[in-house]
Write a protein that binds this ligand. Structure first.
Ligand code: SAH
Length: 296
């Protein structure tokens, strides 16, 4: 079966809040995020930034446990063994930061990277940056599956873009507008997208924002799919968890009004969201990468 890149992770946060999400762990074992990205998006790993520089300023916003960040650095190091890195990590979750630090401590030969840990949200970091009148320019900033969690994704993109050096790049990855997520969110925006935790933002929204500001960027689709067949079996534990994941509603199956539940299940089965393969329902989980240029 195709890999499932990490999708949204408020469910992970809920795990840490004491809910029993053993099953969710079961789901996460299917997420081969790093190999997936490596195979499908070589450009994600340091698009030609900072050519010729001896030291690169890098920033990960919402880096999670840092698996992707460290893989990016190891690719960079292979190509440019003499380059050193100043890496700012902006990550509000203490648990994720801890996991990142553990990963760093386990990997040998990371001496060429200087880590600065910022236990902050993207917005808190922006405030910190402004209050301290910091002026350092960045060669590479990435926000991978993160912009769902900020109040104003457009303003966040613009602020971080303003930190880029002349040849810097800002990498954004989100689900694409044409994915099943896009259709689900457009159809049930009022019912599913009014939470405090996350916005139903796709790369379509970010591209429209960038276009309105005549900002240049490149984009790449990352086709990806997810088997959601169990969602349609009443009482199936994995199916119910998947439904929670898709709707970002805890215990959706038992808490959603019946007409909403029916509407969501019907929509998930339509060609706008899924295709049927050998009797399985395969959800379109296509992601999109935007590589954004600096402000002119
Ligand atoms: N980039 C990582 C993790 C993605 S999950 C990867 O792709 O593997 C989203 C991450 O964003 C989580 O680690 C979460 O703690 C973090 N996050 C949530 N709200 C945030 C915010 N307001 N600002 C910055 N990061 C945030």
């Amino acid at each position: 079966m195709a890999t499932i890149p990490r999708i949204l992770n408020p469910m992970l946060d809920r795990t840490s809040q004491g809910h029993n999400f053993g099953l969710f762990e079961d789901l996460t074992q299917y997420m081969f995020h790093v190999p997936f990205l490596k195979a499908q998006c070589p450009a994600c790993f340091f698009p030609s930034v900072g050519e010729g520089k001896a030291n690169l300023n890098v920033m990960g916003v919402g880096s999670g446990a840092g698996e992707i960040d460290l893989e990016m650095f190891s690719q960079l190091h292979l190509k440019h063994p003499a380059v050193t890195v100043d890496n700012q990590v902006v990550e509000p979750s203490a648990q994720q930061l801890h996991l990142y630090k553990v990963l760093v401590s386990q990997k040998p030969n990371l001496d060429y990277i200087k880590f600065t840990w910022n236990k902050m949200t993207a917005t808190e970091f922006e405030k910190h940056w402004r209050e301290n009148h910091l002026t350092k320019k960045m060669d590479f900033i990435h926000m991978i599956q993160m912009l769902y969690y900020v109040k104003d994704p457009g303003a966040t993109v613009t602020f971080y873009q303003s930190l880029l050096d002349r040849n810097g790049k800002l990498l954004v990855i989100l689900v694409s507008d044409e994915s099943g997520w896009g259709k689900l969110w457009r159809t049930f925006r009022t019912q599913l997208c009014n939470t405090e935790i996350s916005q139903c933002v796709t790369t379509g929204d970010i591209k429209a924002y960038l276009d309105s500001k005549t900002v240049s960027y490149q984009s790449y689709k990352l086709p990806s799919q997810m088997d959601i067949t169990e969602c349609f079996t009443e009482g199936d534990q994995r199916g119910e968890l998947l439904l929670d994941f898709l709707t970002e509603v805890l215990d959706f199956s038992s808490t959603a009004p019946p007409e909403l539940k029916r509407g969501v299940l019907d929509l998930l089965k339509t060609p706008d969201c899924s295709k049927e393969v050998d009797g399985r329902v395969i959800f379109n989980n296509t992601l999109e990468v935007l590589v954004v240029d600096p402000l002119q």
